[in-house]
Ligand binder design. Structure first.
Ligand code: MN
Length: 428
């Protein structure tokens, strides 16, 4: 177990605002650059970014065994390769160092100057070099809504859906950290009533409210990850906005599935929250009927109670919250996804990322995309400024947030903020 790190009564000597996403019970991992353009691996408590490379150089990780250079990297991949024992030992040590009762760093002004940064003076980077990215489709409510809209309400779920955690291989090259603006994509569409396809900016740009997990070196080529070992190979989770161009998607997806509608941008929150930090928020996932094949069967609780919210902020206006969902609604768990992904021997490496699929809840105010919230544009979503949205408009900013709350402890994921800029001009 993760030692004492999740104790609700634990306090830190650093100043942490009430309801901060980053109390001492969180201790996420990320990569940041300082005002001197130094890139380093770090953690965060309150509004302090903590340089783990500096902590290591100053001897604060002495006694924990890992390769000497894991913290002198500009990605977390090498640290993640060390495996769960090391992830846990390092997080436990950080928790000790910043505990209110611990004076090893608290009283050393010179060391603190080297180790502590204000989050105002740093810039967050992608936490890992994401080698491979897979996106699942694991919310029954989302799959049912999409199937109802695009196919047949009577047979909304395709026959494979209740047997397989359905997924596709995405592109890791366009995964970007929060704060990076994106452009409305160009592409081919086939508008309703048209006689032939047209080329131009997508008119139906959408977000997808998702979470994603980052894996360790889960297996060797040819060997599946057994389901009861799957969680040990998950380093942690981030918020994930899987941007989608619905009109491009509709025209291109037959017969091979998502392509350019999905790979123009996917935005993630930059701090990876570890599975140890999420442990107190473990809950049961929905009952599965039919019972899946034995390689997907598991007992106990394998989902997490993570409150999720999406807001749209038009340029120079106030943001409007448009949906609230929860990760616990996912039908297939992360361990089932990883066990399924590797059952054929597919190799999963340190720093790979797997998206949950759009996380829609059971009620219309908990749907995880504009496609569902506006029901294909038939129910415009009202904003505080009097406007409405069917999909995302130019210069809108989409904000995803997520947090867990229990026994007086609140830990969060921060946010994913992405502004949608107008499309590139096409030459006539
Ligand atoms: Mn997706």
């Amino acid at each position: 177990m993760p030692a004492n790190t999740n104790n609700p009564n634990k306090k830190t000597w650093l100043k942490v605002a009430e309801n901060s996403d980053f109390p001492i019970q969180n201790i996420p991992f990320g990569v940041f650059s300082t005002s001197d353009d130094i890139v380093t691996i770090g953690t965060r408590i309150g509004d302090y970014a903590i340089d783990l490379g500096a902590l290591h150089r100053l001897g604060y990780f002495d006694g924990i065994s890992f390769k000497e250079d894991v913290f002198s990297q500009d990605t977390l991949n090498k640290f993640i390769s060390e495996g769960k024992t090391t992830w846990r030992a390092v997080r436990n040590r950080i928790s000790e160092i910043f505990d209110k009762e611990n004076h090893s760093l608290q009283d050393k002004e010179e060391d603190k100057k080297i180790i502590l940064f204000s989050t105002d003076e740093i810039e967050m980077q992608l936490p890992a070099q994401i080698g491979d990215y897979t996106d699942f489709y694991s919310s029954k409510e989302h799959a049912t809504n999409v199937g109802t809209m695009f196919r047949d309400p009577e047979n909304a779920l395709l026959p494979n859906w209740l047997h397989i955690p359905v997924g596709y291989h995405g592109r890791s090259s366009t995964i970007i950290p929060s704060g990076t603006p994106i452009k409305r994509p160009l592409g081919q569409t086939f508008p309703k009533g048209a006689e032939k396809p047209v080329f131009g900016p997508s008119r139906l740009v959408d977000f997808e409210l998702e979470m994603a997990f980052i894996t360790g070196n889960a297996n060797v080529l040819g060997e599946p990850v057994p389901i009861d070992k799957a969680e040990d190979n998950i380093f942690g989770m981030v918020l994930f906005n899987d941007w989608s161009a619905r009109d491009i998607q509709k025209w291109e997806y037959v017969p091979l599935g998502p392509f350019l509608a999905k790979n123009f941008a996917s935005s993630i929150s930059p701090w990876i929250v570890t599975m140890d930090a999420l442990e107190p928020f473990r809950v049961a996932s929905p009952a599965q009927d039919p019972v899946p094949f034995p390689y997907l069967q598991q007992s106990g609780k394998h989902s997490f109670d993570i409150h999720l919210e999406v807001a749209i902020q038009p340029e120079n206006e106030e943001a409007t919250s448009i949906t609230k969902s929860n990760f616990k609604h996912m039908y297939w768990t992360m361990s089932q996804q990883l066990a399924h992904h590797t059952i054929n021997g597919c190799l999963v490496n340190s720093g790979d990322m797997m998206g949950s699929g759009t996380i829609s809840g059971p009620t219309p105010d908990s749907y995880g995309s504009m496609l569902e919230l506006s029901w294909q544009g038939t129910k415009p979503v009202p904003l505080k400024n009097g406007q409405t949205r069917k999909f995302i408009e130019d210069n809108d900013t989409v904000i995803l947030t997520g947090h867990c709350k229990k026994n007086g402890v609140h830990i969060g994921f921060g946010e994913v903020i992405t502004k949608l800029l107008p499309a590139l001009k096409i030459k006539d």
